[in-house]
Write a protein that binds this ligand. Structure first.
Ligand SMILES: Nc1ncnc2c1ncn2[C@@H]1O[C@H](COP(=O)(O)OP(=O)(O)OP(=O)(O)O)[C@@H](O)[C@H]1O
Ligand SMILES: [Mg+2]
Length: 457
């Protein structure tokens, strides 16, 4: 992860540095050019001023006055005649002027003057020339000179400033990038640590996620994943524990009774009794394994229901006819009422399983001679199937758990009935796969009602 923040930082740095360099360089060049142009313009303006004065009064006193003014100032002046012969000059400047003036090409110079020496980098002076014109004739030229040392000084100061600002901004850039890349990578590092923990089986992952951006969403997704994994692991452990428990009991019976049954000096009648117990237990285990397999299939999401339009009343009538004899055998009555023939979209085979499981419970957990009713009601958007019995009922404490796997109110009683506690879990899975829901209401000792709500087709 260090690597990521380093890579990210380096990438940012290279980009920002590139942009900064280009900006600084262009700013520097523009600034220097502007300053130098200003110098040239000032020098030329000063020369033009002197020239204007001279054009008005071309007298010795005026010439001397001009030269005197320049000997006080930073700049210097040379006045020549039309042929370039030096007439007057302020001090210091003569040697340089003598070298420059013969080479200055001032033949086509306009009245506003021109720059005749612009090499401020190498020459000691820059120079401009302004022509003195009187009555249409060129009378002479005013040459102005300025030391380049002061310009160079100014430029080097500017350079220095730029260097300082440049270093400071590079430093600030590095700092900013360092912090930024940390801000971005720290949550990633945390998430990486979290997923490492997850892969090692430690699900106690707590990520602090703030905001709604992609990183926060990723954090939340990992958090949810951790919670889901924790839940799955817990559930799997509980599931395995219950399965082994469920299998252990019948196996103990089988083993115990088989042991007795194989003894030689045992009455034939007794042996038959033991064998039938063994047979029953084996049957129980067979059912258990079948139900478990059923549930496992549903869990894997590979469980597909094939819905077909089904007239509900007719469909339930057939189930009623199949089940009624079992109720009669216990001197019970099964009442069936279906108001209107509603069409629902169900997987018939699966739904038959739902109904038989529920009716089987109603039968199993009811006293003899009681009544069980199966009732279909139509609502605006749903169809309600209600199965009510007058049986032993479910205690309030157990009611919320009866749809859980292996949950049985009374283990010993259920064992007699041969139940595994998986029936309602299967029912719930199937009903929910149909987009419906199931709930139970019960009064302990009085009876139970199971309520299936199905969306109408
Ligand atoms: N109609 C009912 N009246 C009273 N108790 C019920 C009724 N239906 C379910 N129960 C209680 O809920 C528990 C769970 O029911 P479920 O159908 O899941 O399991 P089971 O009937 O014990 O076993 P299986 O259906 O797998 O043979 C039952 O053991 C029983 O205690
Ligand atoms: Mg059952």
């Amino acid at each position: 992860m260090r690597k990521l923040s380093f890579k990210l930082g380096l990438l940012f740095f290279v980009f920002v540095l590139g942009i900064e360099t280009v900006l600084f360089a262009s700013l520097y060049v523009t600034l220097v050019n502007a300053r130098i142009n200003e110098e040239f313009e000032q020098l030329l303006a000063r020369g033009n001023n002197h020239r204007d004065v001279l054009e008005k009064s071309y007298h010795l006193s005026t010439l001397e006055h001009v030269v005197m003014m320049e000997s006080e100032a930073e700049t210097d002046v040379v006045i020549t005649d039309a042929n370039g012969n030096i007439l007057y000059f302020s001090d210091r400047i003569l040697p340089f002027a003598k070298k420059l003036i013969p080479h200055a090409d001032v033949r086509h110079i306009s009245h506003s003057g021109m720059v005749v020496q612009n090499n401020w980098k190498k020459q000691p002076y820059i120079a401009t020339a302004s022509p003195i014109r009187m009555e249409g004739k060129t009378k002479g030229y005013v040459y102005m000179f300025q030391r380049t040392a002061s310009i160079q000084n100014m430029i080097s100061k500017l350079k220095h400033h730029f260097l300082v600002v440049g270093v400071v901004s590079v430093f600030l850039t590095i700092m900013t990038i360092f912090f930024l890349s940390r801000v971005i990578t720290i949550p990633l590092i945390r998430m990486k640590q979290a997923t490492e923990k997850l892969s090692k089986g430690d699900f106690s992952v707590r990520l602090q996620v703030k905001g709604e951006d992609e990183l926060a969403q990723l954090g939340k997704a990992i958090q949810t994943l951790a919670a889901d994994l924790e839940y799955l692991k817990k559930e799997r452990n509980e599931f395995l524990a219950s399965i082994s428990h469920e299998l252990r009991t019948p196996l103990t019976y089988v083993k115990g009774y088989a042991d007795i049954a194989r003894r030689p000096n045992i009455a034939e009648e007794e042996r038959a009794n033991y064998l039938s117990i063994i047979y029953e237990e084996a049957e129980r285990m067979q059912k258990l394994v079948k139900d478990l397999f059923e549930l496992a299939k549903m869990d894997r999401h590979s469980f597909q229901i094939e819905k077909e339009p089904t007239p509900l009343c007719l469909f339930l009538k057939k189930i009623y006819e199949k089940m009624a004899p079992a109720f009669q055998a216990k001197q019970m009555v099964l009442i069936y009422r279906c108001e209107e023939n509603v069409t629902v979209y169900i997987d018939r085979q699966r739904f038959e399983q739902v109904m038989t499981n529920l009716l089987d419970n109603a039968l199993k957990y009811s006293h003899e001679c009681s009544t069980v009713s199966m009732h279909v009601k139509r609502e605006k958007k749903n169809v309600i199937i209600m199965i009510s019995d007058e049986g032993i009922g479910i205690p309030e404490a157990d009611l919320p758990h009866i749809f859980e796997r292996f949950h049985r109110v009374d283990k010993s009683r259920s064992r007699i009935g041969g139940g595994t506690g998986l029936g309602l879990a299967i029912v719930k899975e199937i009903v929910e796969a149909h987009g419906g829901s199931i709930s139970a209401t019960s009064q302990f000792g009085k009876g139970t009602t199971m309520l299936i709500t199905l969306p109408r087709g």
